[in-house]
Write a protein that binds this ligand. Structure first.
Ligand SMILES: Nc1ncnc2c1ncn2[C@@H]1O[C@H](COP(=O)(O)OP(=O)(O)OP(=O)(O)O)[C@@H](O)[C@H]1O
Length: 635
């Protein structure tokens, strides 16, 4: 075997120190000195693979994923690199000899032929247990609840005054009428399908139903999202939806009972910087009857387990998300595990309740309770963008490489001379990577050089929020670091105040760590701006206007003309310039490109070569977890 990490890395591509030292420690813990060499080697590499899988966001290592395969191989060096795993039977029996089964002290858990670290297994179990409890529900019944149903029918008509023109099911009304009597509601949909529009109405409906039961106190509703940016967007959308409902003459007291401020999940749970624990937990639950959580795709399994533990068993949980978005950067694949896209229809009682309140007839599933999807509604109609961006996003997420490339090609701009200026003219623009410098120059001319010239920082934010360059990677010639450098160099040619790598007036910055002291969080975007005396300070937008922070108190930040697609989850811009690497990269996937495209509200410009586009769209990168099976009560 290997005598050091360096020696291991020479043989195995992609291995990191953490994988090696983890495998070494676990091998020492579980195997004695006199164990059979072949067995030790197989198990050492299984442990290496477990940590390697965890690093990529899987919660477990399914043994059949690695059995009889070669991992960590260098394609140019097939003879001397990589490791071949034994058959599933050999791997299973090697693990059976360890003292894992029914041993609560074991850090490893083997379940359904998947190997876990105990903490992730526990998180999955906690989440599955809490959600299964919340799936129990009591539907309204036509004979017992006739007057309640009549009243709710009137309320839903007020909430959705314009009836659909055709026979299509109105899934927004389905979600709202389905929520009565449920402690778990999952609403999924792509960007602009009206998740927040729907949930604002759903919350009003819950308050109305609560009042009809004779309650004299309103439901205590809380709203949260995984990042500061996402919480801010949720706040803005809910405020907008409430204004709309006010103009529709919806009962004012019902509207005032809906909160306006969404918090980050960390703040909701009472994060304590110097403690591993949060203020709210199973022993000190949140004072909340209804918890709405947005952008669930960004939440990792550990955070979800904390949220569920802090929620009273009879509190109602509403989860919003897009099952096609990238999963969390941490561990887990929550929204995909929770909301199976292959919806099997609603159970009879739910379908009846939906029909009685909203008049919508939904497919009924009479099958066993193991695939009961009645708590999930998919919103299918896009209300924000209709045209080409939606068509492109759909083709990408459906892995239609030909269709999406043909669409892009119909918008390809080829300059006729080197002096030809690149125009971002249409809803979609496509460029080949050979003209990346001209593209970046155009981004400076059209947007970024205007930032420092603004008279007010508010106008500078308007420009910054209108346009953003998104890259797939940090490193490489089309990675965030290089693109930011090129932009700064181009801007510096006409602006002597710009000093690369330092603060300057008009520098857009992104916070890259959580800092509770200054109230700034990972992902917050600001602009360095001169005050009236010419002193530089950092400005951040918040619900009350502009928050100013002295540079001395600023947590770690980076320049953010360009940012990674991962970091933009939960954000939107009028125009996005999406730059893919010149060669295929393992990070590229349909989900990544879909997430990038759907950040654009009005215009998307894409710089990509054909071979990279095809390679990315032909990839399938499933995240392994046992949660979906546990929720279907298969384990
Ligand atoms: N049924 C509807 N009738 C009219 N307008 C609608 C309807 N549903 C949604 N909209 C409008 O479509 C836009 C997008 O809705 P909303 O913000 O709720 O979508 P979303 O799914 O939450 O989007 P994202 O995930 O991108 O934030 C909003 O302007 C909203 O007012």
């Amino acid at each position: 075997m290997y005598h050091s990490f360096e020696n291991c890395k020479q043989h195995l591509l992609d291995i990191e120190a953490i994988d090696y030292f983890f495998a070494e420690k676990i091998t020492e813990k579980y195997l004695s000195q006199d164990s059979d060499n072949h067995r030790v080697s197989q198990l050492f590499h299984v442990f290496l693979a477990l940590q390697y899988y965890l690093r990529q966001g899987h919660t477990c290592l399914p043994l059949n994923d690695i059995a009889e395969t070669v991992l960590w191989q260098d394609q140019d060096n097939l003879e001397t690199t990589g490791f071949k795993f034994a058959s599933l039977a050999v791997l299973s029996s090697a693990l059976d000899t360890l003292d894992i089964e029914n041993n609560e002290n074991s850090v490893l858990v083997l379940e359904n032929q998947s190997l876990y670290l105990r903490r992730y297994w526990q998180f999955e179990n906690d989440v599955a247990h809490c959600l299964l409890q919340k799936m129990q529900h009591k539907c309204l019944n036509a004979s017992e609840n006739a007057s309640e149903i009549e009243n709710l029918k009137k309320t839903i008509k007020q909430l959705f005054p314009t009836a659909q023109q055709n026979d299509e099911i109105d899934w927004q009304q389905v979600a709202v009428s389905n929520a009565i009597g449920r402690n778990l509601n999952i609403i999924c949909g792509g960007p602009g399908t009206g998740k927040t529009y729907t949930v604002a109405r759903l919350l009003v409906m819950l308050q109305a139903a609560h009042r009809l039961k004779g309650a004299d106190v309103q439901l205590n509703i809380q709203m949260a999202a995984p990042t500061g940016k996402a919480a801010q967007r949720l706040t803005e959308s809910i405020v907008g939806a409430k204004m709309q409902l006010l103009s529709q003459n919806v009962d004012f007291s019902l509207l005032t009972s809906i909160p306006e401020e969404a918090k980050t999940l960390h703040r909701l749970l009472g994060y304590r910087p110097r403690s591993l624990d949060y203020r709210f937990n199973e022993n000190n639950p949140l004072d909340c009857d209804v918890l709405l959580v947005d952008e669930v795709s960004m939440i990792d399994i550990a955070m979800m387990s904390r949220v569920l533990r802090a929620l009273n068993p009879d509190a109602c949980l509403i989860l919003l998300g897009d099952a096609d978005q990238l999963p969390s950067v941490e561990t887990g694949n929550l929204i995909a595990d929770l909301a199976n896209k292959n919806h099997q229809g609603y159970d009879q009682a739910s379908a009846q309740q939906i029909q009685q309140i909203s008049g919508q007839s939904v497919p009924v599933n009479n099958a066993s309770s193991t695939c009961n999807h009645s708590h999930i509604t998919f919103l299918l109609k896009t209300h924000r963008f209709k045209g080409e961006i939606a068509r492109l996003a759909k083709a990408v997420i459906n892995r239609q490489a030909n269709t999406s490339w043909q669409l892009l090609e119909s918008y390809t701009f080829v300059p006729t001379s080197s002096a030809d200026v690149i125009k971002f003219a249409g809803e979609i623009n496509h460029f080949m990577p050979t003209i990346k410098d001209a593209c970046l120059l155009s981004a400076c001319q059209n947007y970024y050089k205007k930032i420092a010239r603004c008279l007010e920082v508010e106008s500078a934010f308007a420009i910054l929020n209108a346009f953003r360059i998104l890259c797939a990677t940090r490193a490489g010639s089309l990675g965030v670091e290089q693109v930011n450098l090129i932009i700064e160099q181009q801007l510096a040619r006409n602006n002597a105040a710009i000093r690369i790598g330092r603060h300057y007036h008009g520098r857009p910055i992104m916070v890259v760590e959580n800092d509770y002291r200054s109230g700034l969080f990972n992902g917050d975007v600001g602009i360095v701006w001169s005050d009236t005396q010419g002193r530089l300070q950092a400005c951040f937008e918040n619900a009350n206007g502009i928050k100013k922070v002295s540079l001395a108190r600023l947590p770690k930040v980076e320049t953010v003309y360009a940012m990674t697609i991962h970091k933009t989850q939960g954000s939107e811009f009028s125009h996005v310039l999406l730059m893919l690497p010149e060669q295929d990269n393992k990070i590229l996937s349909p989900e990544l490109i879909y997430t990038g495209i759907t950040r654009a509200k009005k215009q998307v410009s894409i710089l990509a070569a054909k071979h990279v586009w095809y390679q990315a769209l032909n990839k399938k990168l499933p995240r392994h977890s046992g949660l979906a099976m546990k929720l279907a009560k298969i384990i």
